[in-house]
Structures are given as structure tokens and as C-alpha cells.
Design a protein around this ligand. Structure first.
Ligand code: PLP
Length: 365
């Protein structure tokens, strides 16, 4: 069986790095907010090219705390896409703020400048740009200019795009604040949950650092409301420190797999993703076809896993009942019915990629 992710293979190769990280933490006996967290935050900030990183328990908390830090509170409206797995919308629900759903580009699957303009004209308090599938939003620089000209904070969601660049600068260094997830399947993944914000703004970093620990300014002194307990464990930080130097190599391998797919897959009913190499780190390789369910069955019969990222637009999620019944975003809805994710991760071998491509090519649509 070819899996959609193979974390067993991943951690097997990395066993010496993992053992070393865990041993270091165990022998020190310091498990929460200690030297590994501090060191990882410095190393990750340097990697992204920003002044500050504040590590957190997961990427959804990163979105919530970043949004709170830029001033979003109950009753505010925030712009987000609806095709990115509901994570930003979940953070907004936690704040009791409302999503303003933006459509995405039919090719790149990420938000456009025009949609950010529409959201800002509608009076949103902040804009979230999601670098979906490992692809930096192609219009990011224009979106940064738009948001700063209008005084609207820009939050980047980089949970799927660690290491993607635009003009040599990493995603996460463009907006007012950026959010990362270190969920195990991410390009940089821990062995459990993890997340972080990255920013050049020391005051935003300080606010998030307080929000992640009960709103404390100092031990047992609470100066911020609506705070959480959202800390990254020392063990996960130590493991992430071991993995970070390997990230660029992993991203290169993901890109190579995507390139192999592009040369090997040829099917009249399948559209392959098009991207600029620097801007894409191969988090997910998402193809489009009219009947993805049938292709999925065909691949399954050949022992090849695939997945749909994501099948339900946020505004159609059952939790909302009919609240967003009047919203309909053409590209978001068309994509939800046509996308399929093929396996793309560093441990996948060239032979497996060939096997998958041949299976795709043999599909009678
Ligand atoms: C685009 C995006 N944003 C946010 C998140 C949330 O991260 P986490 O699962 O660590 O809460 C994820 C991943 O799950 C994601 O893919």
C-alpha cells in the first residue's frame, strides 16, 4: 500500500536525531518553556527571516492568538478563504468573531488581491492569507501593500508552506504576523502537536507570549484577558531543533516528486498544478478532475491512497446550519468537487512515484 503520508518511515530514518533530542530533555528534567523552546524560537525566527518567534501548542492556537494580538475581538469580521480546512474559521469561532469568506483563484487555489480588496471594502478587521498546499500566494506582495495602505493587519497562515519563498523571502516574513503548525505531517512536523507565530513586531510577539500562558506578564500576574495555556513542550522543541536543518532538503525532495508527477502524468481528464519552483514546497500535490471520487477508487484498487483537501467549504460545514446559506463562491465550490491529493512526501521513492503516475494514467475516466 502506498500511503498518503508515511510517518513510520519518516521517524525511522530520524531515530538518532529524535533519541538525542529526547535524551537531552530527559537528562535536564525541564519539560515546559525551557532552553529548548527558547533555542528553537531563535532558530526558527532566523530561518523564516523575522525578529521573533513564539512557539505554541498547535497551529490553530497560533491563528487564534495572532488574531487576538492584532486586535480582533468578539463581533469583529475577519477575511479568510473557505477552502483551507476550516482552521482559521475555527480560530474565529473561538474568538466569537465572524469570517468574511473570500473566493480563491481557480488555478492556484489561493486567495487573490481582488478578493482581499472586496473584503477590505466590506470593513474586515484583519485579513488572513493561507499559503495552501505549500504554495506561497502569488499576489502576496500586492496584498501586503493593500493591507498596509488601508491599515488592515495581515496574518499569514503558513501551516502548509514552511520554507516557500517569494523573491527570495520566506512566507511568514511578509505579513504583520504569521502562523505555523508543526503537526506531524507538515513540512516541518513534530512528533505530536506544535505551532508558532513569527513576526517582526516585538509588541505582537510579546502579546502572543502572554496569551499563551494565562495572560501572565510575570509569574502569577495576569495582565491580559482571553488568554490560554498553549505552550510547546520542551521535547517537541528539541525534536524540531533536530529537524529544522533537514527542512530545506525535505522540501527539495517534495519539489522533485512534484516535478516527476508533472513529467510522468499525462491524462486528458486531469489538470496538474502549475507553480513556480521557489514558491512551492510540495506540501500537497493536488490535481483536478471532473470525477475525483472515481479516480480515488481506481487508485485504491491499486493500493494507492489519496485524499481530498478539503471536501467541504467552511460556509457549508454542518456546524453552521443555514447561517451562510446565501454565500456561494464559484471557484471554492468547483474546486471542492474536483480536487484530489496524490501522495507527496520525502520518503516516497521514485519507483513509487512512477507506480502512482502509471496508475493515474491508466484510469478510464
Ligand atoms: C492551512 C492550515 N492552517 C492551520 C492549521 C492548523 O494547525 P494545527 O493542526 O496544528 O492546529 C493547519 C493544519 O492542520 C493547516 O493546514
Amino acid at each position: 500500500m502506498i500511503l498518503i503520508n508515511d510517518l513510520g518511515a519518516h521517524s525511522k530514518v530520524l531515530r538518532p536525531v529524535i533519541d538525542d533530542a529526547i535524551a537531552r530533555v530527559l537528562s535536564r528534567g525541564w519539560f515546559v518553556l525551557g532552553p529548548e523552546v527558547t533555542a528553537f524560537e531563535g532558530e526558527f525566527a532566523r530561518y523564516v527571516g523575522v525578529a521573533k518567534c513564539v512557539s505554541l501548542a498547535n497551529g490553530t492556537d497560533a491563528l487564534e492568538l495572532a488574531l487576538r494580538a492584532v486586535g480582533v475581538s468578539a463581533g469583529d469580521t475577519v477575511a479568510t478563504v473557505a477552502n483551507a480546512g476550516m482552521y482559521t474559521t475555527t480560530a474565529l469561532i473561538a474568538i466569537n468573531a465572524k469570517p468574511f469568506f473570500m473566493d480563491v483563484d481557480a488555478e492556484s487555489c489561493v486567495v487573490t488581491l481582488a478578493e482581499c480588496e472586496r473584503a477590505i471594502a466590506a470593513g474586515v478587521k484583519a485579513v488572513v492569507v493561507t499559503h495552501l498546499y505549500g504554495r506561497a500566494a502569488p499576489e502576496l506582495k500586492a496584498i501586503v501593500e493593500l493591507c498596509s495602505a488601508r491599515g488592515v493587519p495581515l496574518v499569514e497562515d503558513c501551516a502548509q508552506a514552511h520554507g516557500a519563498k517569494i523573491d527570495g523571502n520566506m512566507v511568514g516574513s511578509f505579513g504583520d504576523i504569521a502562523c505555523f503548525s508543526f503537526y506531524p505531517t507538515k513540512n516541518l512536523g513534530a512528533l505530536g502537536d506544535g505551532g508558532a507565530v513569527a513576526t517582526n513586531n516585538a509588541s505582537l510577539a510579546d502579546t502572543v507570549a502572554r496569551l499563551r500562558q494565562y495572560g501572565w506578564s510575570a509569574k502569577y500576574e495576569v495582565t491580559l484577558g482571553h488568554a490560554s495555556n498553549s505552550r510547546l513542550d520542551e521535547i517537541q522543541a528539541a525534536i524540531l531543533r533536530g529537524f529544522l536543518p533537514l527542512l530545506d532538503g525535505w522540501n527539495e525532495r517534495r519539489r522533485k516528486i512534484a516535478k516527476l508527477y508533472a513529467t510522468l502524468i499525462s491524462h486528458p481528464n486531469i489538470k496538474l498544478p502549475e507553480y513556480n519552483a521557489e514558491e512551492y514546497v510540495g506540501h500537497l500535490y493536488v490535481i483536478q478532475t471532473e470525477n475525483p471520487a472515481a479516480l480515488r477508487e481506481h487508485l485504491k484498487a491499486k493500493d494507492i491512497a489519496s485524499e481530498v483537501h478539503y471536501p467541504i467549504p467552511d460556509y457549508r460545514q454542518p456546524v453552521f446550519k443555514n447561517v451562510y446559506a446565501d454565500i456561494s463562491l464559484a471557484n471554492t465550490e468547483a474546486l471542492a468537487k474536483s480536487i484530489l491529493t496524490l501522495p507527496c512526501y520525502p520518503e516516497l521513492t521514485d519507483e513509487q512515484v512512477l507506480q502512482i503516475a502509471e496508475a493515474v494514467n491508466s484510469w478510464q475516466a
